[in-house]
Design a binder for this molecule. Structure first.
Ligand code: 4AD
Ligand code: MG
Length: 477
């Protein structure tokens, strides 16, 4: 007989039938009630054991964490808290879990403790719920683009270019680290390396996506990206997943419209499909907030916050307007910002982004037309000669969730910018070719997937929404 997922069993269609389930013990009470979970749902199913029918040695192995196969009859539950339960006929112990050493016991563990047990933490309600929402969001992302005529495009992971120009890259090499070949100037000679040049893990698939958009029209990437920035914050990972759509014949306005519509779709999707997990995460968040001072508590519960994003138009504001607001703001005047705002041209820090979103506008904000100096080389220069067609989407509790732009499609303007930044044109020869042959207005953006999962689940630390986080000083598992 085939085993059945607990999720399906709980629908009650198998009433009075003999069924088989597999799962892990959450609790075993009074030598009689096993709460079994198999990952298919947050819920456990209660399995009622008549202990006189079973060997004492076997019952001893039924401890929190043990993997079991149970066969029995699905009946209406006598007890409270569940509608159906299983009257157990047979138990097979796939594997036991010694309570002396198994760390995930049925009590509250801190998220910090569980981070050190990242290989086992998915057996807790919180992490299983987060990972199911993460999976649903991934699916929704593919669905959205498929429904809107995009092709899924795979950008290379190993590349020679630094798309963002920030120099925060992990080198990929097979050279002998103790005795690398040197050139006449005494520097490492990468022409002898595996690829015959210096290469690194990609920080963004954008440049390659641009090439493909200029033939397929609309493409998107959804893959891992890497940044060797030494930011030990609750919003940064060294390895994170990014979604990067790139569209030919789109200007910045069309780009912003797409980004807003896309985000609303994926959030509405999880609201519709992940009710049980979101309810659990909402309660978790409420409990966590009770431990905070009143002033720091969020005014909205998790699902209300998600609904708010779906139902409200994102506020679109130019960088210049934002600077005026920030300059005149109370925290700026009272010198409460760590980085005070006085000059036009200042880069915005997350404290400023969060002030705009959480205190001033109280809704998601799209900031656009940033100073060219603080943005990447590929963004289209405005006629004022000092701002570029950039846009960042800022979210409550998160800060920047999307970064995008209209791309500079004019060959001469791009060449001038590259030269001004001291980048060798030869490194970008193929990227410039896109402007030599059939160039056209085009745009795109990058959504940080883990920041989206953070927002959707109400978790507070980005390390808790990716299975095995990579951060400075940490690549365990
Ligand atoms: O703003 P970024 O650097 O933009 C780009 O990489 C562009 N090439 C995207 C494009 O136009 N195709 O990164 C995009 C998003 C950020 O808004 C943020 O959500 C996320 O990626 N992100 C990170 N997420 C986690 N950890 C990090 N270290 C991140 N760096 C960026
Ligand atoms: Mg950015």
């Amino acid at each position: 007989m085939q085993s059945i997922a607990i999720k399906d069993l709980l629908k009650g269609h198998h009433l009075l039938q003999e069924v088989i389930i597999n799962g892990w013990v959450r609790t075993f009470r009074s030598n009689r009630f096993i709460a079994l979970n198999d990952g298919s749902t947050l819920s456990t199913i209660q399995c009622v054991v008549d202990f006189e029918k079973f060997d004492a040695d076997l019952l001893k192995k039924i401890q929190t964490g043990a993997a079991l196969r149970i066969s029995g009859t699905l009946v209406e539950s006598q007890g409270r808290g569940q509608s159906v339960e299983i009257q157990v006929n047979d138990i097979f112990v796939h594997g036991s879990a010694d309570p002396e050493t198994y760390p995930i016991q049925p009590k509250k563990h801190s998220l910090e403790f569980l981070r050190e047990k990242a290989h086992l933490r998915v057996r807790t309600n919180t992490f299983a719920a987060v990972m199911r929402v993460r999976s649903a969001l991934s699916f929704a992302i593919h669905q959205y683009f498929r429904d809107h005529g995009f092709y899924y495009f795979h950008a290379p992971i190993i590349t020679g270019s630094d798309a963002e120009g920030a120099g925060e890259m992990f080198r990929v090499t097979t050279l002998d680290d103790k005795k690398p070949p040197l050139n006449d100037a005494g520097e490492v000679d990468y022409s002898e390396d595996f690829f015959g040049k210096e290469t690194n893990l990609t920080v963004s698939g954008q440049l390659e996506a641009e090439a493909y958009a200029m033939g397929l029209g609309k493409v998107y990437t959804f893959g891992p990206t890497f940044r060797a920035e030494n930011s030990n914050t609750s919003r940064h990972l060294a390895e994170f997943w990014m979604i990067e759509p790139e569209m030919a014949f789109y200007d910045l306005d069309a780009n912003m419209d797409l980004a807003e519509d896309f985000i609303k779709f994926v959030i509405a999707y999880v609201l519709e499909h992940c009710q049980e997990d979101l309810q659990f995460l909402e309660k978790r968040l409420l409990d966590e907030e009770k431990t905070k001072p009143q002033a720091e508590r969020s005014a909205m519960a998790l699902m209300e916050k998600l609904r708010f994003v779906v139902d409200h138009t994102f506020k679109r504001v130019t960088y210049t307007e934002a600077i005026d607001i920030l300059r005149a703001s109370t925290p700026n005047k009272k010198k409460k910002f760590q980085y005070p705002i006085d000059e036009w041209g200042a880069d915005l820090q997350s404290e400023h982004e969060r002030y705009l979103v959480e205190k001033h506008f109280k809704c998601p904000v799209i900031l656009f037309d940033y100073p060219a100096k603080i943005k990447a080389f590929y963004m289209r220069l405005n006629d004022d000669g000092k701002t570029v067609r950039a846009m960042d989407i800022l979210f409550p509790g998160i800060g920047e969730i999307v970064g995008g732009s209209q791309r500079e499609e004019r060959l001469e303007v791009l060449q001038q910018k590259i030269a001004a930044l001291g980048i060798d044109e030869k490194e970008l020869w193929w990227y410039l070719d896109l402007r030599r042959f059939g160039t056209a207005e085009h745009s795109g953006f990058g959504l940080g997937f883990e920041r989206l999962v953070l927002f959707a689940t109400g978790m507070g630390n980005i390390r808790d929404v990716i299975p095995f986080p990579r951060t400075p000083q940490n690549a365990e598992f």
